[in-house]
Design a protein around this ligand. Sequence first.
Ligand code: GLN
Ligand code: ZN
Length: 763
Amino acid sequence: MIKTHILGYPRIGTNRELKIALESYWKNEIDLKTLEKIGKKIRVKNWITQYKAGLSYVTVGDFSYYDHVLNLTAMIGSIPKRFNHLEKSLVDINTYFHMARGCTRKGNPIYACEMTKFFDTNYHYIVPELEINKDFYLSNNNLFNEVKECQNLGLKPKVVLIGPLTYLWLAKSSINKLNFLPSLINVYSKILKKLEKQNVEWVQLDEPILVLDIPKIWKDSFERAYKNLSKKIKKLKIMIASYFGGLGKNLDMVLSLPIKNIHIDVVRAPQELNLIVEKFPDDKILSIGIIDGRNIWKANLKKILKKLKKINIVLKNRIWISSSCSLLHIPIDLNKEKNINKKILNWLSFAKQKIDEIVILSKCINNDLKNEKYIKDYTKAIESRKKCYMVNSKSVKERIKKIKKNYLIRNKSYLQRKFLQNKKLNLPLLPTTTIGSFPQTKIIRLARKKFKIGKISIETYEQIMRYQILFIIAKQKRYGIDMLVHGEPERNDMVEYFGENLKGFLFTNNGWVQSYGSRCVKPPIIYGDVERKNQITVRWIKYAQSISLKPVKGMLTGPVTILQWSFVRDDQPKEITCKQIALALRDEVKDLEKLGIKAIQIDEPALREGLPLNKKYYKYYLNWAISCFKISSAVVKDETQIHTHMCYSQFNDIIAYISEMDADVITIETARSNMNLLNAFKFFEYPNEIGPGIYDIHTRNVPSIEDMIFLIKKAAKSIPIDRIWVNPDCGLKTRKWKEVDYSLNNMVKAAYELRKIFNKKSS
Ligand code: GLN
Ligand code: ZN
């Protein structure tokens, strides 16, 4: 039978057991032994699941108490000096958690290592820090112990590790990272030799950077590193796993590496498959990642089987069947879902179900008729999805066709609009505002919970929320803020709240996916054409505006962000789904304006993370993403002010596109980087108004008036003063009221002080 495997399995546990255990351990409620027992239980369960389903190998090394990149960092003893780790000694779990979460020593904070998104996923890894003059060494035996655990169960492990080049690529260092390669290869050799001694047959080295356009020197390093590694081993066989894209210009190099197995992502790069098969060397195995590890739909097994049969003949049984990438990025088990519509449920497949898909394909490749019948029936679900009335809305499809150029353009230019908006809004120089949310207090969370389980009526719930809005508006009046917000108390989450009010969205009970450490997210699933069920935000904003003389901003999550933070349909291009969301929001924007709302903010914090991994696709993505923003926003009259918000600071490379969004005001994250973002404006003059966040809401530190004056002055060097807004750098949802009171009072005072200076200058 053709061999099967997966690149990795979710580690959080079917009922988020690991999350619960970790958080209890951090609170000192359970001891290390208990934590380790729970960890082991999850690993064993995952292996048994893979074995029972019939995979040829079970994957070992994908488990982690926080992050698998950090696992490697700890394993090779690359501990930054500030954690006071004794050179060459064993790295224990507490040092491991300190690196992930920070700690204090004698009352002083020791900062955690940075955390960043793993490629284009919503999974965050802990960034390795490479310090000069430090050799890597084998500093713990966790991996080898896990191999033993697995073998003791009588199972055959395939071990996974992040590959050496990808590890370096993901790391940060003040010198050329490739300088660390020899020492790194040295420690990898030791690891591989140990695995060989344990009679492990395969090791999977994950090298997803192979789907990027890497510089030549990195390509050359691949050849050197893998030649070196393969020399050190005899029986152990290496598989290189590429995923999240095609091999592109790296293809020939990869095919020439002295390793035994190459894994490719056929879901993301189907167009490369034929070429690879044509060129594929006789001495290697091709692991075909054909079951989508990034989405939750049943695969079209009939179509896939046909393709695989052909390839198998050409490659003479030298193929393996696999998931496109690790299953870490999707929920674990569909059987846990009790409330999803039966018909829709039949279209879905989570991690556990995807394993079954892989196994059945391998059974059928050699013409097993009984199972082929199964595949035929299985594929019927896909047919039924195509035709289902829940998926298709004629009116939505018609509306998409009717989108015209004028949907995307405001009537007048920014300068003309500014004149009209000034007249209507009557704002001072350096107007103050906030990004939207205010602290989500216990009262708010409790009310939401009670409402969800039916303990309080909708009337009572909405009354509590209105009271919260009243409170939040009163607070802002007291601070003296110029443009107010309603505070978003009624929103559990900025995407879920909108999804719940849109047709075509569904929510799982238990579809958790690890985001980082113990944090999980439950992305909605977009299964059908999207339409607004009813007005979404209007009644809340109406209430907030009715109790304030100052303008209150309408507050919406943008179409790209809603798309980006959901599982999307695989039966139509992403941009079509995004356009549908954009049209639904366009209606909401129009309704807000009709109500007399003078400024509307459409948040797009996820716009940048949607950027494709490969630069050559940037333009295509940005074009449709920005069109969608405009479909939602350009519907308003010229005197209505459109705001947008983004929370990241690296956008030097996309700033020109951001300006094409033509929002009248953009608020952005800059406080964390000390206004470094403004470097982007040295080369590109942003034409509209900007609120460079001057208060870092991600920490508990409260900024002083002087701190904020300093930052505004710094901004005023690159942006004309009459185009600067004064605001925090993100929503205040996670802060405490005490901190917010202090910071916003200071923020308003800072603006007030500077107004005096600048107004004097101009008179
Ligand atoms: N308006 C949202 C808030 O303030 C924006 C959140 C975000 O940028 N992620 O919470
Ligand atoms: Zn933000």
